[in-house]
Structures are given as C-alpha cells and as structure tokens.
Design a protein around this ligand. Structure first.
Ligand code: FVH
Length: 292
C-alpha cells in the first residue's frame, strides 16, 4: 500500500479531528465526514475534502477509519451504507468491548469489508507523536498492508493478533489500571488533605511510588503466569495490616474509607482462602472468578 494512499476519516470529534490532521500532515488525500458538518471546517482549511454523505466518504478511499462515540454510533452511521463497504478496509478506532469488536467484524465480513479493530491509548494531542500507543487487532495481513498509513497515527503501533476483540480487551485492562492508580492517588490526597497537606505537595512522592510499583509488574506477572506467589516484597498478611492503617486513618480524619475498605475486604478473603503467607500477586485468584 502506497504510504500516501487516500484515507477517509468518519467522525470528527476531538479524536477524529486529530486522526485526520495526522494524515493531512503527511500529505495523504484525506476525505472526512461528520454528523455535525461544521466540525470539518478546520480540516477543510488544511486540505481535507468534506464528503457530502457517509456513502461518498466510504467510496473515496480504500482505507476507511471510523472514530465516533461508541459502537451504536458506528452502526447508526455505517449500517445504511453497508453495501458501499464492499472491498474496503474498515478500521474502527472507537472504544468498545471485545464482543462489540467481534460482532462488528462479522458484520463487516458479511458486507465484503476487511476489518481491523483498534484502541487508542493516547489523547488527541498525542496522536501522530512517538509517544502515542494505538493497538490493533484483526487479520495480520490487513494490518501489514496498511501499517505505513496507520503508523502515522502513533509511535508504538502494535498488532495484537487476529482476534478482533484483543484491542478492546487490552484497552479496558489499561483503563482499569489507570483508574486503580488514580483512585489510590485520590485516597492519599484526601487523607493528606484532611491533615493540611495539599495534593501538589503529595504529587512527587505519589509519582515516585507509582514508578516503584510499576517496576514490580514484570515480577508479579511471572508469578501469575507460573501460578506460584512467593512473598518477595511483603506477605499478604503484612499488606492487610497496612490496609487496616489506611482504613483507620481515613475514618479518623473523616474522609471516605469506601475504597480502602473494598481493597481490604478482598485481601481478607484472600487470606481466609489461605494466601496470607504468600505475596500480593496471589490475589489474582480472587480476580479470576466472579465474587459472591
Ligand atoms: N478523546 C480522547 O482522549 C479519547 C482517547 C481514548 C479513545 N477515545 C475514544 O475515541 C472515540 C471518540 O472520542 P472523541 O474524544 O472524539 O469524542 P467526541 O469529541 O465526543 O466525539 C464523538 C464523535 O462521535 C460522533 N457521534 C456520536 N454519536 C453519533 C451518531 N449516533 N452518529 C454519528 N456520529 C455520532 C460525534 O458526532 P457529532 O456529535 O460531532 O455530530 C463526534 O464526531 C470514543 O470511542 C472514545 O472513547 C478518545
């Protein structure tokens, strides 16, 4: 596939605009469409062609990228023009679930389109930079054929495998990680804030601690994959004692103890299941099955 191949971008929200801009910057003939046409104006000023309709936009390029609110919006937009997708490569960078991705892949195949699902792990400003991470899943040959074009969107463009659901699965895994870290930071900021320490003062220590924990991840991953959880840094019993301190400090200072209590309840169950002398990674046994 020619590196300056024409490309269509459907959906010009914050992310869609950034995607289209990245293609325009690299000299690709870029056709755009958005439900609210006015959002295309800055792109048209930079050389994009605004299509009259979704069908016109799909017809304009062999590579069609869609990035809208959710998969329902994808289908509202594309179902009426499904016939026009025949012979096209559809790359869906809309966030969703793995089942939604697989269902959309089946739908695309029924209409003769090759399909890649994707997940963007960066904000719009990061698109097109070396730091951007964009994950793809679906047939490797399709990814490979369009990698030169897709590669313009992000530095670490990664194909995860043929299963279309893999990018959405990785996306939610990373989002969960992000919320876990952020919730813990907010708990710490609340506790310290109640004692008169502002969040900005806490920030450098918090960032350093996140980095320290990040360094543990490969070792924990190895334990999880091997199914054995030696206590390298501390036993789960020791972690549980410290969780009690956080719960008590939170209650004493009059801030919410909801989040640390949830974490503590899981650790208590894990200890009750016999993992107290093992490492923290043994908690994976609880995460692997539905509670209650
Ligand atoms: N923005 C970000 O940082 C995150 C990074 C991680 C991945 N997300 C995902 O990207 C998808 C789009 O997000 P967005 O930030 O571009 O979102 P908005 O700026 O709110 O734009 C939404 C676009 O979707 C169009 N749209 C909504 N509903 C429909 C519909 N029924 N039919 C057709 N288009 C629809 C909307 O059109 P309009 O309101 O401008 O007319 C926008 O183009 C999303 O999955 C994030 O999770 C971004």
């Amino acid at each position: 596939m020619n590196a300056a191949a024409p490309v269509t971008v459907l959906g010009l929200g914050l992310m869609g605009q950034a995607l289209a801009e990245a293609f325009l910057r690299e000299g690709h003939a870029t056709t755009v469409w958005n439900r609210t046409a006015a959002k295309a104006e800055p792109l048209v000023a930079k050389g994009a062609r605004l299509a009259d309709s979704v069908a016109d936009a799909v017809a304009a390029s062999p590579l069609v990228i869609v990035c809208v609110l959710d998969y329902d919006a994808v289908h509202q937009l594309l179902d009426p023009v499904a016939g026009a997708l025949d012979g096209r490569v559809l790359v869906n960078l809309t966030s969703g679930t793995s089942e939604g991705a697989r269902e959309t892949a089946r739908w695309a195949a029924e209409h003769g389109a090759a399909y890649l699902d994707g997940a963007i792990l960066t904000d719009p400003d990061g698109v097109g930079t070396a730091d951007a991470v964009i994950l793809y899943s679906g047939p490797h040959a399709v990814f490979e054929a369009h990698e030169p074009t897709l590669g313009l969107l992000g530095g670490a463009t990664t194909h995860l495998g043929d299963d279309h659901g893999l990018s959405s699965l990785h996306d939610v895994a990373v989002l969960g990680l992000m919320w876990g870290v952020l919730n813990s930071f907010l708990q710490g900021a609340a506790v310290l804030g109640a004692a008169g320490v502002d969040a900005s003062t806490f920030a450098p220590l918090a960032a350093k601690s996140v980095k320290m924990v990040a360094d543990w991840v490969p070792g924990y991953a190895e334990q999880i994959d091997n199914g054995v959880y030696p206590a390298v840094d501390a036993t789960l019993n020791t972690h549980l004692a410290s969780m009690n301190h956080l719960v008590h400090e939170s209650e004493f200072l009059g801030v919410s103890a909801e989040f640390p209590k949830l974490v503590r309840a899981m650790a208590e169950r894990s200890v009750a299941n016999g993992h107290g002398a093992e490492g923290y990674a043994s908690m994976i046994e609880l995460f692997r099955k539905p509670s209650g």
